[in-house]
Design a protein around this ligand. Structure first.
Ligand code: URP
Ligand code: ZN
Ligand code: ZN
Ligand code: ZN
Length: 443
């Protein structure tokens, strides 16, 4: 067997969502074969020394839009899959391994669904065992707010936030949860960007709703004060929906909720447009393509603001960057765990090294970086994907097409166990009574 298909990671601290143990990890043909102390492996194996390093499951970014055709242009970082329509949803969930669907309450006259349509979509997701995801913003209020800003002569990126303040997100979040609850459908709220929307998710979880909130790297690492920057291109670079919030305490608050399991997972919503694409909206903020970067920097930003800051430990970091996503989307422990028989998606992580984020050094196609200049503890040393070293010594060793689609079955236990039980025990029942035999008015 070729040395490259056999890897022994020696002496690192293996971190899963439930515990950390000093262990070796032996990988063969893309799978983790053994995890344990002082593994004795025959010659011809490639050894990676992980002393004083962490060995963590590869991150799972729950939310990206590669090559998305959107707002008159196309996202510059590539790869995207998306679709809709009822019958197709069923075929996708039952036969094609797609078990989540995103519904929009924003983007009026483009993607926005009415409440009755959301009700039908959530009911259908539940029937087929899919995860209903929602972009929660009140699209009607955004449209009115945008008209108002433009009529007041506010045409720059600050108008983007001013026309859709926090309550526009919080109201839609509450409404989506209420509609999902009406059909006992679990709900996944993508890109939770504000303190108010996060509170709605947290309160609902405490009220017993099966709801998951996903903050993203952008909302955890930076804020919406940039929309007021004097340089138009700088300000426009941060335009995304829902917007980053000007309240500077937002990122730390979202991180606290993640630490407490009030919020569940982290994505990036990576949807990148270069400055010349953003410039489609140079005279009118409503025409700026919405979206920011994050896919490359998510792990470092969250380590810095979450673990280095002391808000959460390394195990919770693994939960929110990898294992909980694998559980929700139904491919745990194939992904999201360093354990026997799991796929060998492994990162050797140095928690003490630092790096400075910059568009000058990043690997993404987009020509700026919303985290520009941010210094982060937590640096990947080696990244292994399905048993192959794909990043090492600062170099990527990948070619297009190496990625694999992961088939995800419906009815994830992590999401649906409680739902199924509630369907059994929470059925409303009619009251048995004698027929009313008195007078009835004639109409
Ligand atoms: O601004 C954003 N979020 N762009 C990507 C599309 C979406 O709504 O997620
Ligand atoms: Zn969205
Ligand atoms: Zn700025
Ligand atoms: Zn998105």
């Amino acid at each position: 067997m070729a040395e490259s298909s056999r890897i022994l990671i020696k002496g690192g601290k293996v971190v899963n969502e439930d515990c950390s143990v000093i262990s070796d990890v032996y990988i063969e043909n893309g799978k983790i074969v053994e995890v344990g102390p002082n593994l004795q492996i025959s010659a011809g194996v490639r050894v990676i020394n992980a002393t004083d390093k962490l060995v963590i499951p590869g991150g799972i970014d729950t939310h990206t839009h590669m090559e998305l055709a959107f707002m008159g242009t196309k996202a510059v970082d590539d790869f995207h899959i998306g679709t809709k329509v009822k019958k197709e949803m069923e075929t996708l969930a039952k036969e094609k391994g797609v078990n989540s669907f995103k519904m929009f309450m924003a983007y009026k006259d483009v993607f926005m669904l009415q409440d009755s349509e959301l009700y039908a979509a959530f009911a259908h997701c539940k029937e087929i065992g899919a995860i209903a995801q929602v972009h929660a913003e009140n699209g009607d209020l955004i449209a009115e707010g945008a008209k108002k800003m433009l009529s007041m002569g506010i045409r720059g990126p600050e108008g983007h936030e001013l026309c859709r303040p926090e309550e526009v997100e919080a109201e839609a979040t509450q409404r989506a949860i209420t509609i999902a609850h009406a059909v006992n459908c679990p709900l996944y709220v993508v890109h939770v960007m504000s303190k108010s929307a996060a509170k709605v998710v947290a309160d609902s979880r405490r009220d017993g709703r099966v709801v998951f909130g996903e903050p993203i790297a952008a909302g955890l690492g930076t804020d919406g004060s940039h929309y007021w920057h004097k340089d138009w291109a700088h300000a426009a670079g941060f335009v995304m929906g829902p917007p980053l919030r000007p309240d500077p305490s937002t990122p730390a608050y979202l991180m606290d909720l993640l630490a407490n399991d009030d919020l569940s997972v982290t994505g990036t919503d990576n949807c990148t447009f270069s400055v010349c694409q953003k410039a489609l909206g140079k005279d009118d903020f409503t025409k700026i393509p919405n979206g920011v970067n994050g896919v490359e920097d998510r792990m470092s930003v969250i380590w810095e603001r979450g673990v280095h800051s002391g808000k959460m430990d390394e195990n919770r970091f693994v939960a929110i960057t990898s294992s909980t996503a694998a559980k929700i989307f139904n491919f745990y422990p194939q992904k999201g765990r360093i354990g026997k028989n799991s796929d060998a998606d492994v990162v050797v992580w140095d928690p003490n090294l630092t790096r400075r984020i910059s568009a000058k050094t990043h690997h993404q196609a987009v020509d700026y970086n919303i985290f520009e200049g941010m210094e982060c503890h937590g640096v990947p040393i080696v990244t292994i994907s399905r048993g192959k070293v794909v990043y090492e010594d600062g170099q990527l060793h990948i070619s297009p097409g190496q990625g694999r689609f992961i088939h995800r079955g419906p009815f994830s236990d992590f999401v649906y166990k409680r739902i199924r039980q509630r369907d059994q025990v929470d059925r409303p029942a009619a009251v048995i009574r004698k027929p009313y035999e008195g007078k009835v008015i004639s109409v």
